[in-house]
Structures are given as C-alpha cells and as structure tokens.
Write a protein that binds this ligand. Sequence first.
Ligand code: SF4
Length: 400
Amino acid sequence: MARHIYVHNPFCARKCPYCDFYSVTDPSFIGAFYKAAIKETLFIGSVIDDASGTNPVTDTDGKDTVYFGGGTPSLPDSDLICSLLNEICKSFDIASDAEITIEANPSSVTSEKLSDYRHAGFNRISLGVQSLDDNVLRTLQRLHDSKGAVEAIRKIGNAGFNNISADLITGVPGETLEGICKDIKTFHDLGIKHISTYSLMLEEGTPFYDRYSKTIEEYVPQETERAMYHGTRDYLQSLGYETYEISNSALPGYKSIHNSAYWNSCEYFSIGAGAHGFLGDMRYGHRDDVMAYIDEMNEITSDDYKAFLEGNKIGLKSLYSEEVLTKEDKMREVPFLRLRTTEGIILDEFFKVFGVKFEDVFGKAVKTNIENGLLERKERTLRLTRSGLDLANKVIEDFL
Ligand code: SF4
C-alpha cells in the first residue's frame, strides 16, 4: 500500500501579510527542530507495521509520496532537509519511484541547494512564484521580483528537475486576467508542468484581513474575481493544462500524486510543528508551537508515540487528536474532498467502500443541487458544473 508523508517546515524569512499558515521568522530553533523531526521519523518508523497506510476510498496511482511544505522549506540549510529526507526514506521504506516534492521560494532557493535536493532524492519542486508582475508582488510584499522568479525557474531546470510546479495568486488588488494569462504563458514557455492558482483569501488575523476585508469588493468585485477564475482556467486548457482540482492544473502525466492522496481520503503521516495527519480513523495534528514540538520529541519515547497513534495517549504538548471519524463522518468527507476535483465523486467506489449508495445517504443534497444546475451526473460520477465551481463551498455545505 502506498505511503504518504507530509513534513511541515515552520520557518519563513518574513511573514507575508496575507498568509495564515503556521510559520515563525526566528531562525534560532531551526537546527533543534530538524533534530526533533528526525526523532519523530524514527518513532513512526518503529511503529510503522501497525500503521499500514490503508486507503479507504480509492487509490492514487499506488505511488509513495513525500511532501516538504511550510513555511519555506528552501530556507534551512539543505543538509538539514536532505538528512531528514534520507531518514524518512529509510524509516518508511519509500519506493524508488516515489513522488518527492519540496516547496521553494525564489528568494531562498540556490543552485547549490537544488543540487543537494536532487542528490537526496527530491524529484519535484513547487515554487511559490505568486505573480510575475512586480506591482502585484509588491502588493503581496514578497521577497522576490519577477526577474528573481524566472531565474529561480531556470536554476531548477538546470539542476535537473523536470517536474516543476508554480503557484499563482489570483484576485490581488491591481491584478488583471491579461496579466495572469501572460504569467501562465511564461510558465508554459519555461517548461512548468503544473500550475496552482489560488484565489486570494482574506484570513482573519492577517494584516491583509485588516486592510482589505471591508474594501476588497472595491478593488476586486466578485464578478471580476470569478471571471478571472474561469478565464484563467480556459487559458490553461488552451495551453494543454488540465484543471483536475479547483486550484490545480497540470500537463498530462504531471498531476500532484501527493495532493491527490488527500482528495482520495488516503492515510498520511505528518511530521513537524503545524503538520496534520490522518491514520486509521483519526485526524491528528501537531500544535502550532515549534518549542512545544522540540520539547515533546526530546521527552517522549517510541512507546508514547505508538500509544498516541493508537488513541491511548493524551495530554501531550504538541501531538493532539483532532477528530476520530465514524463511518458517517467518513462518508461526509467524500463530497467535501472529492467535489473539489473535476473527476468528482465516483459513485461505484463509494458503494464499494461503504456498502451503501451515495444517493441513499445524500439524496436531498444531490437532487437540489442538480436541479439548481450546480451539480451534474456524468456516467457514474457526480461533479460540480461550471456554475457549481463558483459556489463550491455552498454546495459542499449541503452535504455536511
Ligand atoms: S513564504 Fe509562504 S508560508 Fe511563508 S509567510 Fe509567505 S506565504 Fe506564508
């Protein structure tokens, strides 16, 4: 059974004003954090036979995946990152054809680091470009400019990476559809295989929330934002990128296997402060607290870790159980996760896993949303229509 591992690097050089991912800017704990992450890897490795990586809904394509996200994983010295990956590959017995991704920022990725990543086994880079328009990058207060982003993409290619993903943020004040399409064309011409386009979200507690939450409609009216979404998607398609999930598009053969594992309800292990995982019936997390994480990994034993994964250890500083899922919870997660994908809900798979027809559980929500033109049935799948994509959250709410 394929194994999936997520590592959260909780360090950034500077906090972006729109971001609510967990990260800190004090680098003094980086070394201790990576030592703790190796300890956690060894703990999991010692109990791994009991945690099999089962896949309750549908398999991805059977490949193992490791994903270093954050935060900014390209910020720490590459020897810290590569030593942890090495330990993960040994402890989890990661297959040689695994998809192994690291997120990187143009301002911190160097040719030396990229060469080290490649030798350590990383084969996919996800680059946080966000825009190739310097005005938009200034609004986002990113540490790089467009020239730096293009240079970073070239360096990544020169280091031997073929599987490169780039992120774009849409709906930023001052951004236009023409500008986004120009960025996409540049990505295409530079050989980018996968493009993630995220709508700017105003998350409470961030400086952008204070600045724009009351006025965003003046800068980017909702119709403009939606027109941008559909225009971006149509343009991606015209260049051969298939949008396989609301925010993700890829050339044939380059979908993210790791992210697909999330949408397919696969189990995944997690390592690091701020990381979340899913094993058996339990969704679990590590608190957003680097010091608590470092202390905990230095204090507990592998027996403690095993007890936690078995649901028997409470009162830990960092690890906590978020939710123990019942069969009904797992059924409800299927529309929550699968309606984000363009493939949608595979009705026969649902029956195979849960022994009950999807329509027998969610008949009312299915009927109403089909009548309202937000859902469509295609062969044995159920998915959002073009209008449904604009109201995805509302449709999904009907199933919760
Ligand atoms: S670099 Fe990425 S993770 Fe770090 S603050 Fe900015 S958006 Fe958030």
